[in-house]
Design a binder for this molecule. Structure first.
Ligand SMILES: NC(=O)c1ccc[n+]([C@@H]2O[C@H](COP(=O)([O-])OP(=O)(O)OC[C@H]3O[C@@H](n4cnc5c(N)ncnc54)[C@H](OP(=O)(O)O)[C@@H]3O)[C@@H](O)[C@H]2O)c1
Length: 269
């Protein structure tokens, strides 16, 4: 298999991608901020699978980090066959009082760095007439999610960008797929101060998400929504008014904090 570069490789869905591609015998380039966690995972995957794993600690929420990462790959002579743009984080709460700097980091990480990595690595894939770009969006890409306004908007960007790019690249040998998982049990929630068990949504595991995403990329599907219930929510939602789905999102993702904030924000001034 061609070499796979995975961002956000140290935890959750990205770690599951790393383990799955390693088990399939692909050499890996793993990226996240934590150098120590990257080293530990790389050591384990090399020993277990007999593959080569290179690690590049990088904070992709910094605007020029994508260029630095691709330069590091070039300097090390590492051609990338598949790019998995997975790194991301959650930030929940009312937008009006939200942390603007954090939103900026989110937009750089989820969108700017994803777009730049794609743009920098795509020309070589096209020349080789072979390659894959797997962009991790979310079920939240399909309509607005109150109290996750910036998060949902960045995921809508990823889905739209991936669909357009896939169409542009048809027949070139380069596949593009957006993966749109529903709620998945990872450290993302704890880091964002959320409890996934407070919601009415199904909570899945990273491994089935990864398997469904890789299969969809192999088939060059524009996007994949892993899990039957998530598919029902997304595809069923297409027959309902968007405004209804946005309201429903509050109910489905209900959580004590959201409830309080929703009440506060609707009180007349
Ligand atoms: N969990 C869900 O329910 C769910 C649902 C749909 C979509 N997703 C998406 O799936 C992707 C992975 O999320 P996850 O749930 O697996 O979360 P996670 O367990 O928190 O993993 C996030 C990964 O991204 C890395 N990362 C975070 N900020 C980074 C930065 N600035 N630069 C480079 N790497 C960074 C983290 O490593 P370091 O902290 O070491 O940098 C970690 O490896 C995200 O794009 C998320 O939006 C998650």
């Amino acid at each position: 298999m061609d070499r796979v570069l995975i961002t956000g490789a140290t935890s959750g869905i990205g770690e599951a991608f790393s383990r799955e591609y390693a088990a399939r015998g692909a050499d890996l380039v793993l990226v996240a901020r934590s150098a120590e966690q990257l080293e530990t995972l790389a050591g384990e995957l090399m020993e277990k699978n007999g593959i080569t794993v290179t690690t590049f600690p990088q904070d992709l929420s910094i605007p020029q980090s994508a260029e630095r990462l691709v330069s590091s790959c070039h300097n090390a002579g590492l051609a990338i066959g598949t790019l998995v743009n997975n790194a991301g984080f959650g930030q929940t709460g009312p937008f009006v009082t939200g942390p603007r700097e954090r939103y900026e980091e989110m937009i750089v990480l989820h969108n700017l760095s994803l777009m730049k990595l794609t743009s920098l690595l795509l020309p070589a894939m096209k020349r080789r007439q072979r390659g894959g770009i797997l962009n991790v969006a979310s079920i939240t890409a399909f309509h607005g999610i109150p109290y996750n306004a910036v998060y949902a908007a960045t995921k809508a960007f990823i889905l739209s960008f991936s669909e357009s790019l896939r169409e542009e690249l048809l027949g070139t040998g380069v596949h593009v797929t957006a993966s749109c998982p529903g709620m998945t049990r990872t450290a993302l929630f704890e880091k964002a101060g959320m409890n996934p068990d407070n919601t009415l949504l199904p909570v899945g595991l990273p491994e089935p998400v990864v398997k469904a995403s890789i299969k969809a990329l192999e088939k060059n599907r524009p996007y994949v929504v892993p899990g039957l219930l998530n598919k029902l929510i997304v595809h069923g939602g297409k027959f309902l008014p968007r405004s209804f789905m946005v309201r429903l999102a509050i109910l489905l993702a209900r959580n004590e904090t959201h409830g309080t904030q929703a009440t506060e924000i609707r009180q007349p001034h």
